[in-house]
Ligand binder design. Structure first.
Ligand code: AMP
Ligand code: MG
Length: 406
């Protein structure tokens, strides 16, 4: 049995290279950029007014109030204005080019226009460069504005639009297949017999993948039968990643590892000191990654977050896809038999200037219903058998931590 840290080290040193694809910029939302994007022009492309008002020479209004002749107008998209001479002002709108000869813009709020509109009294002095965003002050043509590895959100989409990048190179999302296995499993459109249960893990895993913006192909249930497992796994190996749930423990009918061997997969670990989820298996064949997650629903859920997410996130080009960790104060005494690092369900909330950790009643690693009340897991270190109320514990937040409500 290896430690969680060692399992992660093995996992991360066995990842294939991320693949890159060229996609329309709007489809790149949520992806990781796989190239440096440079500014294709100066931004702003001209000295730009930040306010509605008058473009003028700051030296003309040093002793404001001061009357100036209104000689023209500069509006956004209305062409480049002419040149301004001392004693003159040009009406200007937000986003419009500042005329040559002017060195500042005074806000319309600090002015009074004559009735004829030909003269304006500037009521307040203005400093040189006031209310002007100089050409190239946000980006200079040729400068890198987005680095490779940068996550693409709405602001990044706006930057791509600004510089006319209709297509960009982004890391490709891995293709993923999910297989469930177990003679006792039936699908939702079947009524379970008295000895059967409905397959829930495949749908839970598909949901966890969707939280990572990864769509998966669900290949159905394989019976506890080597040939059936083999067929499904072969199909699954056509994708980048195969996730199989169930059939990895020590039972008489747990055939998943046998079939991994038959298919020539290299098993990189098969037992981790984690609770729940000890029988987690990680294997590869060439560039294909295969995860065998335990069948118990919480074991599958937790080991997905601990092992599958870090691997898949990296295949998507992310540097640090792990779920966020933070510290919180445990609100109850907790006992466990030491030996495995435990990820236990908790409700974490902010109170009196700190994060409080309320451990949830947890019937077993099968108790997915109990787990629906969790927004985080807290970590029970493997060398401890007791945690006291008031201790500060490490938390692994669930992906929807910030939107979950009680
Ligand atoms: P296994 O890992 O195959 O030994 O299964 C462990 C436990 O998880 C058993 O109680 C199974 O019935 C249950 N289980 C296995 N696969 C699933 C699944 N896809 N959905 C819900 N429960 C499952
Ligand atoms: Mg089974």
């Amino acid at each position: 049995m290896i430690s969680v840290e060692e399992a992660l080290r093995i996992l991360l040193s066995n990842l294939p290279e991320c693949k890159v694809e060229r996609i329309p910029f709007q489809s790149a939302l949520g992806r990781i950029l796989a190239e440096n994007l440079v500014a294709t022009c100066d931004i702003p492309p001209f000295h730009r007014s930040a306010v509605d008002g008058y473009a003028l020479l700051s030296s003309d209004v040093e002793h404001a109030p001061m009357e100036l002749a209104v000689v023209g107008e500069s509006r956004a998209g209305g062409g480049m204005p002419g040149t301004l001479k001392p004693g003159e002002a040009i009406t200007i709108m937000t986003g419009a080019p500042v005329p040559d000869g002017a060195d500042c813009v005074q806000m319309v709020e600090h002015s009074q226009l004559s009735e004829a509109g030909r003269k304006v009294t500037i009521l307040k002095s203005a400093k040189a460069r006031e209310n002007i965003a100089p050409r190239g002050s946000e980006a200079r043509s040729g400068e890198v504005v987005l680095d490779t590895g940068h996550r693409i959100g709405p602001a990044e989409i706006a930057v791509m639009a600004t510089f006319g990048y209709c297509e960009v190179n982004a890391y490709r999302k891995p293709t993923v297949a999910i297989v469930a296995t177990g003679d006792e499993l039936v699908e939702l459109d079947q009524a379970p017999r008295s000895d059967q249960i409905r397959n829930s893990n495949a749908y839970c895993i598909a949901g966890q993948l969707r939280y990572m913006d990864i769509e998966a192909d669900y290949l159905g249930i394989a019976k506890d039968d080597k040939e059936e497992l083999r067929q499904k796994m072969l199909l699954g190996l056509e994708r980048d990643v195969l996730i199989i749930t169930g059939g990895v423990s020590m039972g008489e009918y747990d055939f998943v590892q046998d079939v991994f061997h038959d298919l020539g997969l290299e098993i990189l670990f098969s037992k981790v000191a984690i609770k729940p989820g000890k029988p987690t298996v990680f294997a590869r064949r060439g560039d294909k990654l295969v995860f065998g997650l335990p069948g118990n629903p919480i074991s599958a859920l937790v080991t997905f977050e601990c092992f599958v997410r870090p691997a898949l996130g990296r295949l998507c080009g992310m540097n640090r896809p792990e779920l966020p960790r933070m510290m919180g104060e445990l609100l109850a005494d907790m006992k466990q038999s030491p030996g495995r690092m435990a990820f236990l369900p908790a409700w974490v909330f902010w109170e009196e200037g700190g994060w409080k950790v309320e451990p949830l009643v947890w019937k077993s690693s099968a108790d997915i219903i109990g787990f629906t009340h969790a927004n985080a897991t807290f970590i029970f270190p493997k060398n401890r058998d007791f945690l006291s109320r008031g201790e500060i514990v490490e938390l692994m937040l669930l992906p929807d931590f910030f939107v979950r409500q009680r």
